[in-house]
Design a binder for this molecule. Structure first.
Ligand code: S3P
Length: 435
């Protein structure tokens, strides 16, 4: 049942050993459905993440008339309808917990010939949308939000968007992607300037679909009016899901874990850079490129960690991995300091608060700051922690049990299904005592 509060009970101790694959990358899975739907021809996707978030995107496009088949696990066949082929859905599109679906669709749907409403669950309904609706309005889009700039989004659909040059105030791949997707339909060029590099899957995939995208050091641009040509996409494993296992193996003595076929796009590998700076033993093997995205097997062996000042330039490159990294910090010798990460407060939960409160329950000295956290590593006990319904908080505390002195119970874990449906079975197969 959707509303049932699932609890996780995780036994203390253990080590992570073996060879695993984590599910497909969430960001790439979303984009494969979006661009595949707008393309001309049939796009076959393998390795698709069958999590609730990417399935929300898939169902949204089905509701807009796109034929999408799922012939086998991880396999998706999209019968593209072309740039102008989407149809008005019969009802509002419910995007569940997925901020990526809502923000990217806001841009993509701003330029259709129909109106559409986007809704989400309680968490998504509290997430800021002005970061996309304000620049989209500057392009000519007409989108209503609630009085606080939050969902639902009522998108009116206009036919005459104009390209803009936009310097993003926050380093956000969702904002960049939303504007690029609107830019496909706009008159003239849309150019987005980033305050710091963010994940570039949209740009890479647009190029793969044959759309010209111009990138320089801190900006990306495209001209509206082009077409997308179908291609096949092999989605690599999600480094954001691998991160829980990387941290688990790094903190648990006796661990030696190989995580195969993980996407190691340079705009996503902050977690590796940060863990290595803390002393983690991480090796990338079998590096190769697949469909425009770098992929590798990641081997992590236990080694003692030490606290660091996390470099600010790594923040956007590890933005989803901080809950797991905070667990690594709790197990490290000395103090870890994170600054410049205020964005963590507006993710699926307020992740600074959720982690600081949960770590405090375990007896870890974790001081939340407005834009980060200060964590003193050391021994800690078990206890009952609340994930605040956030998948990544839940999975991070599950890994924390590897070094706890007693059992950790985690509340509100049902949203693990949004990004990592087989987390519990995979984690227990490697040695985590989770049920
Ligand atoms: C995502 C971008 C990130 C990330 C999110 C997925 C994407 O958000 O936190 O989980 O697929 O573009 P921001 O770009 O808003 O930081």
């Amino acid at each position: 049942m959707k509303n049932e509060i699932e609890k996780l009970k995780v036994q203390p101790g253990g080590a992570l050993v073996g060879r695993i694959r984590v599910p497909g990358d969430k960001s790439i899975s979303h984009r494969s459905i979006m661009l595949g739907s707008l393309a001309e021809g049939i796009t076959e996707v393998s390795g698709f993440l069958e999590g609730e978030d990417s399935l929300a995107t898939l169902n949204a496009f089905r509701a807009m008339g796109v034929r999408i088949e799922r012939p086998a696990e991880g396999a998706v066949v999209i019968h593209g309808v072309g740039m102008r082929g989407l149809a008005q859905p019969a009802a509002p599109l419910d995007l569940g917990n997925s901020g990526t679906s809502m923000r990217l669709l806001a841009g993509l749907l701003a330029a259709q010939s129909f109106a559409v409403t986007l809704t989400g669950d309680a968490s998504l309904s509290k997430r800021p949308m002005r970061r996309v609706t304000t620049p989209l309005a500057a392009m000519g889009a007409v989108i209503d939000t609630d009085a606080e700039g939050m969902p639902p989004l009522m998108i009116h659909g206009v036919q005459n968007l104009t390209g803009i040059h936009y310097a993003m105030p926050v380093a956000s791949a969702q904002v960049k992607s939303s504007l690029l997707l609107a830019g496909l339909y706009a008159q003239g060029r849309t150019r987005i300037i980033e305050p710091a590099p963010t994940r570039d899957h949209t740009e890479r995939m647009l190029s793969g679909f044959g759309y010209e995208v111009v990138r320089d050091e801190d900006s990306v641009s495209l001209a509206g009016g082009g077409r997308l040509t179908a291609m096949n996409i092999n989605v690599p494993g999600d480094i954001s899901s691998a991160a829980f296992f990387m941290v688990g193996a790094a903190i648990a003595p006796g661990s030696d874990l190989m995580i195969e076929h993980v996407g190691v796009n340079p705009t996503r590998i902050g977690v590796i850079t940060i863990l290595k700076a803390m002393g983690a033993d991480i090796t990338l093997c079998n590096k190769h490129e697949m469909g425009g995205e770098p992929v590798a097997d990641i081997r992590v062996k236990y080694s003692p960690l030490h606290g660091i000042n996390i470099p600010k330039n790594q923040v956007p490159l590890a933005i989803d991995e901080f809950p797991a990294l905070f667990v690594a910090a709790a197990c490290a010798e000395g103090t870890t300091v994170l600054t410049g990460a205020e964005e963590l407060r507006v993710k699926e939960s307020d992740r600074i608060r959720a982690m600081a409160e949960g770590l405090a329950v375990l007896g870890v000295d974790a001081q939340p700051q407005q834009d980060g956290i200060i964590i003193k590593g050391g021994a800690y006990q078990g206890g009952v922690v609340d994930s605040l319904g956030d998948h990544r908080i839940a999975m991070s505390f599950a890994m924390a049990a590897l070094r706890a002195k007693s059992e950790i119970n985690i509340k509100e874990c049902e949203n693990i299904r949004t990004s990592f449906p087989n987390f519990i079975s995979l984690a227990s197969s490697t040695g985590l005592g989770v049920e």
